[in-house]
Design a protein around this ligand. Structure first.
Ligand code: ADP
Ligand code: MG
Length: 263
């Protein structure tokens, strides 16, 4: 029977059929119930493989979950709003999400976790940083004409552009970024994270007019979330420092410690 299952491409079922048959005998399943279980097993296997494919294609830096996010550490952040985003209505509506705040407050964590929820629901995602994106947008066009190099960034249901603000763009990169935002406008959701205020985007793009036009499209349908909190990385560092200090008995001026681990 394995042979027929494989020729039909029912690979998951082929793998687990002996177990399913044993269980069916023990539970004395009806023909109908057994067939349903067999088909559901195959479907489950396919969904799992499709999710793994989407995950690989998304290039998330880490598989972090919303459940691992400690909202009590970040009181300026509305948990209700983040949970609302996790309902994925923003993906259906092609609404953007902009996460603003200093290093270490959880912007990348939240962006990745939302992408994970979306992929589990069957959407595709792509994670990139602005510096990676800027480099890719400057690469020579090999095929697909004007939108050739943009296609990869237009296609996914969610495009995450992380760390907007650490890279100043060339005129060509700024122009391409505008083209990308314009192409996704009202078509696909973007999740953007930045440590800059919008007023500083002119400097980033080297062109105030272009920055205004880009922000106009990016923010027309957008949820803007500002996190004005402490760095979670610093919290971990402080905890280690405190432990080390009490272990060695040496005093230390913690206020002089800066977040050098950011970015
Ligand atoms: P940002 O992108 O804002 O600089 P990250 O999302 O990279 O910050 O967060 C830094 C680290 O701290 C990551 O390992 C992240 O998972 C963790 N982290 C940040 N905020 C929280 C939080 N509120 N609860 C749990 N982990 C957090
Ligand atoms: Mg980050």
């Amino acid at each position: 029977m394995n042979e027929q299952l494989k020729r039909l491409g029912l690979t998951q079922l082929a793998r687990v059929l002996p177990t399913l048959l044993d269980e069916a005998r023990v539970q004395q399943l009806s023909y109908e119930a057994f067939l349903r279980q067999a088909l559901e097993t195959e479907l489950g296997g396919r969904q799992q493989r499709a999710l793994e494919r989407r995950m690989r294609a998304a290039h998330l830096p880490r598989r972090v979950r919303l459940e691992a996010f400690d909202f009590s550490f970040q009181p300026t952040l509305s948990e209700r709003l983040v949970r609302e985003l996790a309902s994925l209505r923003f993906v259906q509506a092609a609404t953007n999400v902009v996460l603003l705040g200093p290093p270490g407050v959880g912007k990348t964590h939240l962006a990745s976790a939302l992408a994970l929820v979306a992929m589990e629901a069957g959407y595709s995602a792509l994670f990139t940083t602005l510096s990676q994106l800027a480099a890719a947008l400057e690469a020579p066009v090999t095929r697909g004409g004007r939108y050739g190099r943009l296609q990869r960034y237009i296609r996914p249901h969610i495009l995450i552009v992380d760390e907007v603000g650490y890279t100043r763009l060339t005129a060509e990169q700024a122009h391409q970024l505008f083209e990308l935002v314009a192409a996704r406008y009202e078509r696909g959701a973007m999740v953007v994270t930045s440590n800059l205020s919008f007023a500083e985007w002119g400097g980033l793009l080297g062109d105030d007019v272009l920055a205004t036009a880009l922000l106009d499209r990016l923010l027309h349908h957008a949820e803007i979330i500002t996190i004005n909190g402490r760095s979670y990385r610093m919290r971990e560092r402080m905890a280690t420092d405190t432990a080390e200090r009490s272990a060695s008995g040496v005093g230390q001026n913690l206020s002089a410690v800066t977040d050098s681990t950011s970015r």
